[in-house]
Design a protein around this ligand. Structure first.
Ligand code: NAP
Length: 438
């Protein structure tokens, strides 16, 4: 019997995810060898502080601060340090040395992915990043491999657990955004500085990756229209609930044909109303899910834990075994195809349904005036509901109008809302939110 080959694995970072990856590499060494056809030997772990307390007990001699030397001698490099530098330089150096690289670094991929993909192409090695989108959920390989014989038309993803937890908390308890955020921080779902999550930047990085793989074209952060959840109020949530909707922060990538007949991809992140019966509406707490529509497969949904050391380590190990098998069997790294060449459409060209909340005068003829104005702007109304309120002190009546439109372009909707504001019967526009899944 021929002896099994040994592949050296360099691990960069030993935090939440890295520590669990190291643990699994050591504990499950035999099973991983059986699946790979080679022994995966953890050759070292690069960190900032070799003496820090770790969540997992690991042999002290594995730790080093010299990441560059560790990378030079590795067959496989796992980058779990996060941030742009030195992660970027170390990954490039690993690829140039002919090592396969596994990373979970969505920020780096969104900012400088093309440089890394090109370097991997040039070197003929594998660069894998399943952990970068939706943690444990196998989503990138299904898009790249399982659906490679189909045409994806739309991807809707809840890809940020922190914001899903906050919105879910607001929906179930009626809390305001600030209180729900404080609760998320108390429970460890949100960081002390929650900007990247609540402003949608983290979801935007993932949207760029999902769009690139789904539409075989490289999209970067500059192609993603991004709105976070900081302006979503308890009354938006209550109104949505009343109308049968739930508000989710969605990462959306969809193929569209704009009004001039140009085909393109709209990539965007924004708070979105979903009907309560939509599968994504049932994604609670910090869970993630990605809903895909493809021409032949129809609708698919992938659900699971979008973060956490152990769940994310599962995705990293899956990539590692796959890359290691390629080294054992030979052949170039599998790269995504970039032959789609579909342009990114500006947000103005995106079409979606809208929910519009209006505070209006309680007078006869108001509904007709508003309906006519929408029609003049080419925005057709699907649902219009009126609720009358009476102020207990002043005894003055006002009416709240809730409108859901058919699909319309952002530009048409913006013009309609501006025109509505100018009507004398309008007290205020209380909310304008996009709707999907109707
Ligand atoms: P983390 O807990 O902050 O750990 C980072 C590790 O990298 C630490 O061990 C740190 O060393 C080391 N490190 C940082 N800068 C370094 C430098 N300049 N030189 C050497 N070592 C350095 O991060 P994490 O939560 O595990 O996340 C790692 C990556 O996975 C990130 O790209 C993140 O976006 C991605 N990811 C994370 C999750 C998750 O649930 N956490 C989910 C999906 C993807 P010290 O320990 O010595 O400080």
């Amino acid at each position: 019997m021929t002896e099994m080959r040994t592949l050296k694995v360099a691990l960069l970072g030993c935090g939440n995810v890295g520590a669990q990856v190291a643990r699994i590499l050591i504990e499950d060494a035999d099973a991983l060898a059986a699946r790979t056809g080679a022994r995966l030997q953890l050759s070292g772990i690069a960190v900032r502080n070799v003496n820090a307390d770790r969540e997992v007990e690991l042999p002290q001699e594995l730790f080093t601060t010299d990441a560059e030397t560790l990378v030079k001698d590795a067959d496989l490099v796992i980058e779990l340090m996060g941030g742009i530098e030195p992660a970027r330089t170390l990954i490039l150096s690993a690829l140039r040395n002919g090592a396969c690289v596994v990373t979970g670094n969505k920020a780096l991929l969104a900012q400088d992915g093309p440089t890394l993909y090109e370097e991997a192409d040039k070197a003929g090695v594998q660069l894998s990043y399943e952990a970068a989108v939706a943690g444990a959920i196998p989503i990138l390989r299904p898009i790249r491999d399982s659906l490679s014989g189909d045409r994806i038309t739309r991807v809707l993803g809840i890809v940020n657990g922190t914001t899903n937890f906050i919105l879910d908390q607001m929906d179930t308890t009626g809390a305001q955004f600030a209180d729900a955020l404080a609760e998320a921080q108390r429970l460890g779902y949100a960081e002390a500085d929650p900007t990247a999550d609540v402003e949608g930047h983290d979801a935007a990085a993932k949207a760029a990756i999902l769009a690139s793989l789904s539409f075989h074209t490289r999209f970067g952060l500059e192609n993603v229209h991004c709105e976070g959840i900081t302006s979503v109020t308890a009354s938006d949530i209550a109104a949505a609930k009343d109308a049968g909707f739930v508000i989710k922060l969605l990462a959306i990538a969809e193929k569209l044909v704009d009004e001039e007949g140009r085909e393109g991809v709209s990539v965007r992140v924004h708070p979105t109303l979903l009907p309560r019966e939509h599968p994504l509406a049932a994604v609670h707490g910090a869970f993630n899910a990605v809903f895909i529509e493809a021409e032949n497969a129809g609708e698919l949904m992938f659900y699971g834990q979008g973060a956490g050391g152990t769940p994310t380590a599962s995705a990293v190990l899956g990539d590692l075994v796959s890359a290691a098998r390629r080294l054992v069997l030979g052949g170039p790294g599998r790269t995504e195809t970039t032959t789609g060449h579909v342009p990114a459409l500006p947000i103005d060209a995106a079409t979606t349904s809208y929910y519009i909340g209006l505070d209006v005068a309680d007078q006869p003829g108001v509904l007709a005036k508003i309906a006519q104005l929408f029609a003049e702007h080419g925005v057709s109304i699907e649902i219009m509901r009126q609720t009358i309120h009476r102020d207990a002190e002043s005894n003055v009546e006002s009416a709240e109008l809730r409108i859901v439109t058919h699909r319309a372009s952002e530009a048409a909707l913006a013009a309609t809302v501006e025109a509505v504001k100018g009507l004398d019967v309008i007290n205020s526009v209380t909310s304008v939110l996009r709707v999907e899944g109707v």
